[in-house]
Ligand binder design. Structure first.
Ligand code: NAD
Length: 972
């Protein structure tokens, strides 16, 4: 049956389409398209893009505005009293709310308006209301599928709650009802890297739902979500269908999204799988609801965009997939979910050509939309099912915003449709796959940097990528136990005593023996570098830039192996290790391109009779002193800036990441950087490190590390040795004690995800990590409860396993230090929660995520950089207090704010003291060229790694001015 391609005659599609249009038009006369408030909102949105932006932001924040006072403050923030197109309730925030009485009236009015709009698209806020709504639909000869709107699920407890609601619903609804559910809500942190855990976690909660559904002939459909979850969803469905509790059950469904470019191929594969097992299934075909976020996500990280860029291409694939479903109608029941008359007509024509009973096809439309089309279909005797979301108002708002966006989007069929008198012939013409070459991301730079693109992270949602990474780990482990010698002038030197590089997850596992460079080696390296540097500086900038690009290419080729080494040597998780390697590649490329800009652009003003030229040169010999926590990125960043600027780079890495630094030096030499220009000098900070810093011929020190060491370096560099001819330049990037503020109107789902990542990514061993969380009083309790549950679900263990969230601390010393801070914390504050370490790995340096509260601001928890997975929670009565709490630190590195109050965001921008402020996102993970990174106060000299100006610190600038006037005439 599946072999014939079923394409209905186009004349028939048009005929059915015209007939449908006629019926739709007839019904439109008798029903309102939207309720009053929705109609108004849509009209305001269409009137002006700026109003649309503000309105949607206001709708989004509204449910979090618990009091009339805060609601009216937001009205004042978002809407101008002079905006005459808006109703008084919105623009009147500022004029009408001066007294508590009018404030209350405006609050009540605004909430009433929001409820009315919500009612348009959401069928109820409780199970009872949902039952009621489905009864009303039944009276109109329509059925429903119910979808529970929920806040993002962040913990097992929240997943349990979601499951329980579905069990309650199935129990209370009559037999034969129909529900749609989302797998991401059935398992907290549904993640392709925790593939098996996510699938089994979701399946464990799904099976009792299926069992109950089966006992009541109830239908369960698995919804499609973001692309990164697609393959997991397909796999889970396969396992479900093979499970004895679901096998053969005919009332199950799965969704396919036509906007995904490979969706047709996936559907074919899936149908073949079903056919082999003779397993019936309903497939709901949709176009896809996450187009904007899929495009934005892919563009922001540099992945291929998984969705069709042109709406017409999606429509064309929708038809092809409809045909495929019809060809397999003996096994598949199709649910065509669209509001597009052409797509509906195509399905009807294809179905007709397939000569199958009418009832084997159903149409699905969204609650509150395209009512005239629904009526037309019902009138034709076709089965119509309404996709009806229900649930509490707060999570419902995100859904509402999506619906309003859809109704006001230029691309939408709804906007083009009959109510606007669009050309029917056009609307019914056959769509084709017609893709633009690409949509260029909107890249804006303040200075003219030649084209630079960030290295995309690996896409771990691909099974092939995951298995290649696994292989890289295995291959890397075969290299353990080697000796690593210092490298001077391209050759290894014996060095001094070796120290053992150990795996912090399994300290008895020897990774390699690193032979320390001694002062003789350092002296030789300086002397060779001194001679080589002059000619390196004289090499044309384009050549230096080229070599760095070549080094970036080499790193790119071995990125998995490098990331695997990071996991073993420094205990990074898969994503963290991959991100570090990608950042190292970025640094090489970015400084290479930036250098060309420095050398080519004339930034000087010219006047007649005078020529001003500036040229840049290396400062001389640079000591690169790096930490272990970004074991490849930071050392590469500092070394590549030094090399780009025309300096020699003598690399003294942290003892805990020596093997990673050695990989960098190999890459540089292989790329063709002259041997004398780069040296690998592993060893202790106090010996070879200090030797380099104090050396009179070392002109530049690029250091990243702790405040204590940074300040001692500053002192050392101020000492002038006999014979020293240069003032040493010290570039110091030091620690942080960073705070995130969560405002009372914040999106708590986003804040929770961001805080978890900022505080516990790489075990909190990031200078940018969040170690102080400042919560506004009204959301304190609710946020803390959710945070505790979310932290409970984090997995601390051996990071070679992809599902692990937290690996070990770097060393026994770090372990003792962090444990000491936790002990001290228990004396000065309340230990709110501590997670646990996975069993069986007790010997590694593992400390599980730890939460404190009720701490003084001037104790260890409030002041000290702990550099481990320890987060202390503070409470603030108002936003001003939150800002001053955040500023109570000697550091000023990163800071974060989750808020939707425009006034508070302005205040944060103005008054929060930090080098990098992040609004409504995590505070770690600065991207090269997008977020130049670094702090001030005791966090460093503010040189901003990964920024355009960074390179200038590695060079001297000479300005040459020539008088071109000869006898009063400019001769140029
Ligand atoms: P650290 O200060 O102990 O060591 C950094 C480097 O300095 C190592 O290579 C070490 O061997 C060397 N060193 C130590 N004493 C020295 C001396 N007297 N003379 C010369 N070199 C010496 O820091 P760490 O533990 O490797 O890294 C963690 C610290 O780094 C944290 O404080 C963190 O906040 C900071 N850090 C800051 C940034 C930033 O961009 N601001 C980035 C990453 C890490």
């Amino acid at each position: 049956m599946a072999s014939t391609v079923l394409i209905p005659p186009s004349a028939r599609v048009s005929e059915i389409g015209k007939d449908l249009f006629a019926q739709v038009r007839r019904h439109q006369g008798s029903i309102a398209r939207f309720n009053k408030w929705t109609q108004e909102i849509i009209e305001w949105c269409l009137s002006n893009p700026d109003v649309k932006g503000r309105l949607l932001r206001f709708v989004d924040v509204l449910p979090s505005l618990g009091t009339d006072k805060i609601l009216t403050e937001h009205l004042r923030d978002y809407f101008s009293p002079t905006e005459s197109r808006l109703p008084l309730a919105l623009r009147g925030g500022s004029v009408l709310t001066r007294t508590p009485f009018t404030g209350r009236a405006v609050g009540a009015m605004t909430r009433h308006m929001a409820r009315e709009v919500a009612k348009q698209f959401i069928c109820g806020s409780s199970i009872d209301e949902a039952i009621d709504a489905s009864r009303q639909m039944a009276e109109k000869n329509m059925t429903v599928t119910l979808d529970l709107l929920g806040e993002a699920v962040m913990s097992e407890l929240e997943s349990d709650r979601y499951q329980k609601t579905y069990l309650d619903m199935i129990g209370r609804f009559p037999a034969g009802s129909n529900f749609s559910l989302k797998l991401t809500a059935l398992c907290p942190r549904f993640d392709p890297l925790a593939f098996e855990q996510s699938i089994s976690g979701a399946l464990r909660r799904l099976l009792p739902i299926i069992e109950l559904a089966r006992s009541k002939d109830t239908f369960i459909c698995i919804d499609a979500e973001q692309f990164q979850f697609r393959d997991m969803t397909l796999e889970l469905t396969r396992r479900l269908l093979a499970h004895e509790k679901a096998k053969g059950y005919p009332h199950l469904g799965l969704v396919f999204q036509a906007y995904l470019k490979d969706s047709h191929a996936r559907l074919e594969e899936f149908i073949a799988w079903l056919r082999e097992r003779q397993q019936p299934l309903t497939i709901r075909l949709v176009k896809g609801a996450y187009w904007d976020s899929e495009v934005a996500k892919a563009q922001s990280v540099g992945w291929p965009v998984p969705v069709w860029l042109a709406k017409e291409s999606t429509d064309a694939q929708f038809e092809a997939m409809t045909s495929l479903l019809m060809q397999n109608r003996d096994l598949i029941r199709a649910a065509i979910a669209t509001h597009n008359v052409r797509s509906v007509a195509y399905a009807l024509a294809a179905h007709e050509s397939a000569h199958f009973p009418e009832k084997s096809l159903e149409f699905q439309l969204l609650f509150g939309m395209a009512d005239a089309l629904k009526m037309a279909l019902v009138e034709k005797g076709l089965p119509v099912r309404i996709y009806a979301p229900f649930g509490p108002l707060i999570p419902g708002m995100a859904y509402l915003v999506r619906r309003i966006l859809e109704n006001t989007s230029n691309e939408s069929f709804l906007k083009l449709d009959m109510t606007h008198g669009a050309n029917e012939v056009q609307l019914l013409s056959a769509p084709r796959i017609r893709e633009p070459a690409s949509i260029e991301p909107d890249i804006h730079t303040e200075v003219s940097i030649p084209t630079f693109h960030n290295e995309p992270p690996l896409d771990f949602s691909s099974a092939a990528v995951r298995s290649q990474f696994e292989e890289a780990l295995t291959r890397t482990s075969a290299e353990f136990g080697r000796d690593y010698f210092p490298l001077v002038d391209g050759g290894k030197v014996e060095g001094g005593q070796p120290f053992l590089a150990q795996n912090p997850s399994h300290p008895s596992q020897l990774l390699g023996r690193v032979h320390k460079a001694n002062s003789r080696d350092a002296e030789r390296a300086v002397n060779i570098a001194l001679k080589a540097q002059e000619s390196w500086d004289a090499v044309p900038a384009s050549r230096r830039a080229d070599l760095l690009q070549r080094a970036a290419d080499l790193m790119h080729q071995r990125r998995m192996k490098l990331a695997a080494w990071e996991i073993f040597e420094t205990g990074k998780t898969w994503r963290e290790a991959d991100a570090d390697v990608a950042e190292a590649i970025d640094f090489l490329r970015f400084y290479s391109t930036t250098l060309l800009d420095y050398q080519s652009a004339s930034h000087l003003r010219q006047v007649p009779g005078e020529v001003n030229v500036s040229s840049y040169h290396g400062r001389g010999v640079a000591a690169i002193i790096s930490p272990w926590n970004f074991p490849l990125a930071i050392v590469t960043g500092m070394a590549s800036a030094a090399l780009a600027g025309g300096n020699a780079a003598l690399i003294k890495p942290s003892a805990f990441s020596s093997i990673m630094a050695r990989h960098l030096v190999e890459v540089l030499l292989e790329a063709g950087v002259p041997t004398g220009i780069v040296a690998f000098l592993p060893g202790g900070g106090d010996d070879v490190g200090r030797y380099l810093i104090r050396h009179p011929e070392v002109d530049l020190i690029a250091f990243t590390g702790s405040k204590e060491v940074g300040l001692s370096i500053l002192k050392d560099t101020a000492q002038i040795s006999p014979g020293q001819t240069n003032v040493k330049k010290a570039i110091l990037e030091m620690g942080g004690k960073n705070a995130v503020i969560v405002d009372e109107d914040a999106d708590l789902d986003e804040a929770l995800a961001g805080v978890l990542e900022s505080a516990f990514g790489y075990q909190g061993q990031k200078c940018s990590a969040c170690s102080r969380l400042i919560l506004l009083d009204p959301i304190y309790r609710v946020f803390v409860n959710r945070l505790v549950e979310a932290v409970r679900g984090l997995r601390t263990g051996d990071p070679t396993k992809p599902q692990i969230d937290l690996g070990p601390l770097i060393s026994s010393e770090a372990f003792r230090k962090v444990q000491g801070a936790i002990n001290e914390g228990q004396r000065e504050a309340r230990l709110l929660f501590q997670g646990r370490v996975e069993p069986g790995i007790e010997k590694g340096y593992f400390i599980p995520p730890t939460l404190f509260c009720d701490a003084p601001t001037d104790g260890v928890l409030g002041k000290q950089e702990i550099f481990g997975p320890v987060l202390t929670i503070f409470r603030a009565d108002n936003f001003e207090e939150a800002i001053s709490l955040a500023n109570e630190s000697e550091f000023a590195l990163t800071g974060g704010v989750y808020s939707r109050s425009l006034r508070h965001l302005e205040a944060a921008k103005r008054y929060l003291v930090c080098g990098n402020l992040y609004i409504n996102r995590k505070i770690t993970g600065a991207s090269v060229s997008r977020q130049p990174f670094g702090g001030f106060r005791m966090s460093g000299t503010g040189t901003k790694a990964g920024g355009y100006e960074y390179l200038s610190h590695f060079m001297t600038q000479t300005v040459i001015t020539e008088n071109t006037l000869r006898h009063g005439f400019p001769i140029e």
